[in-house]
Design a protein around this ligand. Sequence first.
Ligand code: SME
Length: 160
Amino acid sequence: MDIEKRYFQTKDELYEAVYDTAAAMLRETDDACAALANVSALLMLFLPDVSWAGFYLLKRGRLVLGPFQGKPAVAEIALGRGVCGTAAAERRTQIVADVSACANHIACDASSASEIVVPLMDGGALFGVIDIDSRKKARFDEEDAAGLARLAALLCEKLL
Ligand code: SME
């Protein structure tokens, strides 16, 4: 699959392209590791101003680092800890505009300024989270949350 970096006029357009490309990727494999590795690369390629994009997957009651793009990151996160653990424990998307003002944030990269974490849910069951970081403050908003929630639903439907 040869995918070039692309630029979009609106977030609607961007997330439509992310969804359609991820759906094509998921038609190629039902292996979760392969699919999530490609989707993390897709997020890095299409989303502007992103420094880290990837997955933490629920294993033995903890979030364990999954496929990602970016700097090395914390390998395991307890539920309730950090932005990822909070999203997982509350089963709710977390948007942090300024990570330096968030006491519960786990810093993997000192230059990270804002973050969004979206739970991967199948009905009531938690599968993991999508985690995306930016070096720009307030990079993420409700449109990102909606676009990523739609992607999360697709991933859960195809990979669970
Ligand atoms: N900042 C996250 C930890 C993971 S890194 O951002 C990749 C958190 O607070 O849970």
